[in-house]
Design a protein around this ligand. Structure first.
Ligand code: ATP
Length: 368
């Protein structure tokens, strides 16, 4: 168990800054997710905790103790990668036992036996311990790889996209299993992913990283409902949030926002506090974020709704995404798979202003 602190960490590869003044505190026993696009610096950050990458600046601390000069083999971190790298000629039992047989641990046979069975039970592979890796499914192999890490009782578990290569169904299964297993890990977990569903379903807290910088750290609710800027709002959510142009209009003491079409005025909710936030921001041009699941549509002509045409309709599993074209802007909405719809047909759209997230159109920062 360990609290991990990263203080002002900067890592450069030549002239390229891969980590830029990163500050993070990961709590003891926390399942902490690092989430960001390809090349954001996630793996570099994980390797910095492991001691495989040495930062030019900053401190890595475990339970308050500076680790910068501590060799990776003495940090008691366990890494699980996408590539599970099992020993092909050893049984599941021996694969899991292997770290405990290493000179670093050198446990006796009775302890090893107890530990291997403890871990195999947590991972529900105790019936497979006599098999060779070639006799396992990919999901089972991944569990053996996790078992090999778990058996060492690491201070911290570092997982780099460990289930990214599994097919969608298995990934879904492993996601819920990992979450369930976490309570038995009894260990701090730092989990790297670029998959939104993985990030929100696993993370107690999520750090969003981009271009080597931590953009926001928060619970899934915090990053979803109060994203600090448009980048986070866009990254967190599937299908992607709609961002539409809006402008503040004050008429007869009433506050409106003009969106998507000239003259389309939506009254701002009076009791939500958003009017004050918008006025206080000193800005009158916004981007309004609407989650696709909150946007309503109808094919019946209705006054007061935005009129557009159906631009596309695509199934994404058990639901579909309907995209409407309104002027030169597009709106994504969630629809049932069996919706009867034709391309270019008229569609009328209702934007739920009370659920809008407002961003500064210039800086893209969150307003309210
Ligand atoms: P992905 O999701 O694609 O694995 P990531 O967020 O894990 O990406 P990193 O692997 O940490 O990103 O890489 C961050 C940046 O640092 C990338 O631009 C990468 O090319 C660069 N980088 C990483 N390792 C090295 C290295 N050894 N030498 C030079 N550049 C590197």
């Amino acid at each position: 168990m360990a609290k991990i602190e990263l203080l002002n960490i900067t890592k450069r590869f030549g002239k390229f800054t891969a980590l830029d003044n990163v500050n993070l505190e990961i709590k003891d026993n926390e399942f902490f997710v690092l989430f960001g696009p390809a090349g954001a610096g996630k793996t570099t950050l994980l390797n910095t905790v492991a001691g495989l990458v040495m930062p030019e600046e900053g401190l890595v601390k475990f339970n308050g103790e500076i680790m910068n000069k501590v060799d990776p083999s003495h940090r008691n971190v366990a890494m699980v990668f996408e590539n599970y790298a099992l020993y092909p000629n050893l049984t599941v039992y021996e694969n899991i036992a292997s770290p405990l047989r290493s000179p670093l641990y050198k446990k006796d046979d009775a302890t090893i036996d107890k530990e291997v069975h403890r871990v195999a039970k947590i991972l529900r592979i105790d019936h497979l311990v006599e098999r060779l890796p070639s006799q396992l499914s990919n999901g089972q192999k991944q569990r053996v790889a996790i078992g090999r890490a778990l058996v060492r009782n690491p201070n911290v578990f570092l997982m780099d996209e460990p289930i990214a290569h599994l097919d969608a169904k298995l990934r879904h299964h492993m996601r819920s299993e990992l979450k369930e297993m976490q309570s038995s890990f009894n260990s701090t977990v730092i989990y790297v992913t670029h998959d939104f569903l993985e990030a929100v379903s696993l993370g107690d807290r999520i750090a969003i990283i981009n271009e080597g910088k931590i953009v926001q750290v928060g619970t899934r609710e915090e990053v979803y409902y109060t994203p600090c800027n448009e980048f986070v709002a866009t990254l967190v959510g599937e299908p992607e949030i709609n961002l539409v142009d809006g402008r503040l209009v004050v008429d007869n003491g009433k506050y409106y926002v003009e969106v998507m079409q000239k003259g389309y005025l939506m009254p701002l909710p009076e009791n939500s506090g958003i009017i004050k936030k918008l006025v206080d921001s000193g800005i009158t041009e916004y981007h309004l974020g609407f989650r696709p699941n909150n946007v309503k549509y109808t094919f019946q002509k209705q006054d007061g709704l935005l009129r557009g045409t159906v631009y596309s309709f695509e199934s994404i599993g058990n639901k579909a995404v309907l995209i409407a074209k309104i002027g030169d802007q597009f709106l994504r909405m969630i629809a049932p798979n069996d919706l009867q719809v034709k391309l270019d047909q008229d569609v009328y759209v209702e934007l739920p202003i009370s659920k809008a997230t407002f961003f500064n159109a210039q800086t893209t920062q969150f307003i309210g």
